[in-house]
Every structure is written in C-alpha cells, then in structure tokens.
Design a protein around this ligand. Structure first.
Ligand SMILES: Nc1ncnc2c1ncn2[C@@H]1O[C@H](COP(=O)(O)OP(=O)(O)OP(=O)(O)O)[C@@H](O)[C@H]1O
Ligand SMILES: [Mg+2]
Length: 269
C-alpha cells in the first residue's frame, strides 16, 4: 500500500463548536479545516479564548463538535460507539493536561502505573514500566511519595509521566509546561520529542514561542479559526543536540558576571 492511500490520522472539515444558547451563544470553533498526518508534531498557539482547548477536547473525543466532520484514522467519529470512544481514549490517546489530577490515595508509582492496569500485564511489569518513565523525569526518588508530598512542578511531571506510560500514539498536550521552570520544561519537551521521534503524533498547545522549535508544524488560531499554518524546517534533533541546548540554557541562566580585569595595555614596543 502506498503512503498516499493512508488516511491522515486526523482530518477536520468545517468543524464548528458553539457554547451557550440564544443571545449568549458563542461560536468558539468557526469552521476548522485541518489534516494531521501520523508522526507530525504540531504546536498550536493563539490568544486566550481563541478555542485551543475546545479543539483539543474534540480531538481527544472528550467533547463533540456541533457541525462539520472529524475523521480519526479515516473514520468518522460520529459513527463510533461510546464504548469504543472510551477505549480509543484509554489506549491510543495520551492527555497531558494541566488539570490532570493525581489520585490522592495512591502513591506516585501507583498513580503512574494506573493506565497500564487496563492492558492486562502483570503488576511487577506495570511497576517496572512506571519506574522507568519516572526515572526519565528525574522522579525516581519520589516513587513512594504521596501526591500531597510533592511540589507543584513535581506533581505535574508525575501527571505527564502517567499520560505517557501507555505509549499512546496520539498525544494531546494542553500547555504541558505551563507551571514549570525552564529546566523542567525542557525535560518534558525532550520526552515529548523522543516520543515524536518514535513515530507518534503530538498536538501541543503552548503560549511559549520558544517551545515551538520542537514542533514540525506551527498553527496559530484566532477567534475560532486557523490563522496561520506553517511547516517548520525539518530538524533532526538528536539527544546530544537536546543536551547541548539544555546545557547552553543552564549556562545562560547561571552565567556569572565577568570579573576578569582587562589586561593593561602595554606600551608599544
Ligand atoms: N464549557 C464551556 N461553556 C461555555 N463556554 C465555554 C466552555 N468552555 C470554553 N468556553 C468558552 O469558549 C471560548 C474558548 O475557550 P477555550 O478554553 O477553548 O480557549 P483557549 O484558547 O484554550 O484559551 P486559553 O489560552 O485561555 O486556555 C472561551 O471564550 C470560553 O469562555
Ligand atoms: Mg486553553
């Protein structure tokens, strides 16, 4: 089968979403046409209220559009039963939302291992997988902490680890680094980059223009419409390149003031 016959992973045609009724009705998505191929890393930007989260909610099958078509893997989502929608959400889609709360009565590793319970693998294997991903987020020492013992940034990283442990093929991330300092942000972005390089599709909303450099395509939205859609030049991002970037960033942050006195000018010989 040639690649041309493979349908886009996501295809939207004239997608509309409205909230409210009568005078209070507001069109928050106003005819979105969009095709996303498997393996793209898309960054979505745009002012507050322009409809980014509303769009992600529909893409992630958490909400329905009022008008237009949404084909997921070539199949109209309108024809998918509720049971099947739930299954697709849990097996194929990873949500990295800021409001993704941890379960308070479970410790960190059990929280992260939770999505794997539906996969029918042994508890030992589940904990091993959870432990592996926690270590990539530098959280190994917190495995047995309870959520209330974590800082805000740590909780967010645990929530992200939990969203990614299943190795979902589509990742929807709504400002995944919103509350994090720049070092933690880049740890998360490195992880998303790795997942992207493994062939998965990532759709990430961000307000931080620096983070769009990780994406292969940048979409801006305005008033419920797509305003611009730009393919980024193909970047081969090796681990070491990312490490270099991180190091460079650390240096910029910690750069000490130059204190070395200027060499005194010697008289001309
Ligand atoms: N459940 C809802 N009921 C009514 N209106 C809503 C609902 N959810 C969102 N809206 C409205 O839809 C518009 C778009 O909201 P959305 O959350 O998609 O914006 P956004 O682009 O994600 O903004 P931000 O950058 O602030 O997160 C807003 O005006 C918001 O008030
Ligand atoms: Mg939003």
């Amino acid at each position: 089968m040639s690649a041309a016959t493979t349908p886009p992973v996501i295809a939207l045609k004239g997608l509309k979403k409205r909230y409210g009724m009568g005078d209070a009705e507001q069109t928050v998505l106003d005819g979105i046409d969009l095709k996303i191929e498997r393996g793209e890393f898309i960054a979505i930007m745009g002012p507050s209220g322009c409809g980014k989260t509303s769009l992600l909610n529909i893409l992630g099958l958490l909400d329905h559009a009022d008008d237009g078509d949404y084909l997921l893997d070539g199949r109209s989502v309108d024809t998918i039963s509720n049971g099947r929608r739930a299954r697709i959400r849990s097996e194929q889609i990873g949500f990295v939302f800021q409001s993704f709360n941890l379960i308070p009565r479970l410790n960190v590793i059990d929280n992260v291992a939770l999505p794997l319970t539906y996969k029918g693998i042994s508890k030992t294997k589940r904990l091993l997988e959870a432990s592996k991903i926690l270590s990539t987020f530098h959280l190994s020492e917190r495995e047995y902490y309870m959520p209330w013992q974590l800082s805000g940034g740590q909780s967010q990283r645990v929530a992200i680890a939990r969203a990614l442990v299943n190795d979902p093929s589509i990742i929807l991330a709504d400002e995944p680094t919103g509350n994090l300092d720049s070092r933690s942000s880049h740890v998360i972005m490195e992880e998303l980059s790795d997942i992207h390089q493994r062939g998965n599709t990532i759709i990430m909303v961000t307000h931080n223009p620096n983070l769009t450099s990780y994406a292969s395509r940048v979409i801006t939205m305005l008033d419920g419409k797509i305003a611009t859609d730009t393919k980024a030049p193909r970047q081969k991002r090796s681990k070491s390149a990312l490490k270099r970037r991180l190091d460079a960033q650390r240096k910029t942050v910690k750069k000490p003031k130059k204190t070395t006195p200027k060499k005194s000018k010697k008289g001309a010989k």
